[in-house]
Design a binder for this molecule. Sequence first.
Ligand SMILES: [Mg+2]
Ligand SMILES: [Zn+2]
Length: 419
Amino acid sequence: MKLMINVGGKGKRLMPLTKNIPKPLVKLNGKPVLEHLVEWAKESGITEVVFLTGHLADKIKNHFGDGSKFGIKIEYSNEDMPLGSGGAIKNARKFVNGTFAYISGDLYTEVNLKKMIQSHKNKNAIMSVLLHKSNHPQDSDILQINDNEEVVKFISKHDDHTGAGEMGNAGLAIMEPEVFDYMKEDVFTFETYLYPKLINSDKFVHGYVSEEYTRDIGTFERLLKTEKYMNAEGAIFLDRDGVINKDKGFTHKFKDFELYPKVKEALRKLAKANKRTIIVSNAPVVGRGICTEDEFRIFHYKYINYLREIGGKIDRAYHCFHHPYKGKGKYKKFCYCRKPKPGMLLQAAEDFPINFKKSWMVGDKRSDIKAGQMVGARTILVKTGENGKGGSTEIDIKPDFTAENLNEAVDIILENLNN
Ligand SMILES: [Mg+2]
Ligand SMILES: [Zn+2]
């Protein structure tokens, strides 16, 4: 499969850095952004890329040539006048020989492209677009999806955002050649022009949701944030009930907090390895009205301190109090924190420097595994607790490893830390 990379951006917001060098050659962690993308493409099994060039095209050609130095075949589609992101794709039509991918050249991404391509095929989509939760939905392009992950509505950043949701377009798409039938103009913006046309057709537009790290480096602030992310250590995310303590249902009292055998040893090993350890637990006991937030806080305080007293290095515990159906009042909602949604892991990465690619998620339910996969962490399913049975209707979720219990999971993590 070919990958088109739009490398024509002017990089106005990175001036004066981009006065003489094109944005894709701006260095990220010591290496041009575009080299990171080329490496990612190779890891994803892509052997041919097409650079969509415009502004300062010669500098990019001089750097990359035909790609042989980088172990990949590179072709160039140049525009003589600015065609817009969509026009640049149409202009490169002659290079297309089947399903193809497209990404903007100012992104750093860790998306598992193979998995996204598989999802695209499974959905029989004309186009699949990468979606993730936007930090600033009010001034972003938003795509609404239904339960089948079909995009049903496009809300441009200039439109009224009432009820729009928060899933933003991340600059990566997989397309079938049929998309060219919908490109009637020659100069146009990819998103605003093509999304509405495809959504309103009878074709399936797939919203592929993933929180694997994908950010543009279009401003100094984002460039530095991405470098910080790349250089951060991983964290060990642990589910609580069924992994650390016996799942007695609706745990909310310290007297019911009973550890599994060897949990103490497991936590001590993690502490000795100085791994950042974070608990992420669905705790709808509050939302269901079984206990109050204050009562839960006491339980939270007691169990965390107990785990620390026995030698664990617990950096923090996050709890989701919501439930989509059984929550009461403000707790009844489809939140982004209840696993399998990855919101608690994302919050942890706001609060601590955490690199997800170097991170692990250990859980006893498929929803734990799914949450870990959503951010690109490696995953271990333990056979204690639910042993992978409950928590999600999705049966195709496969962990990277399975372990008898937390202690064995920790051994797996420590053995695989450096690969
Ligand atoms: Mg559990
Ligand atoms: Zn929640």
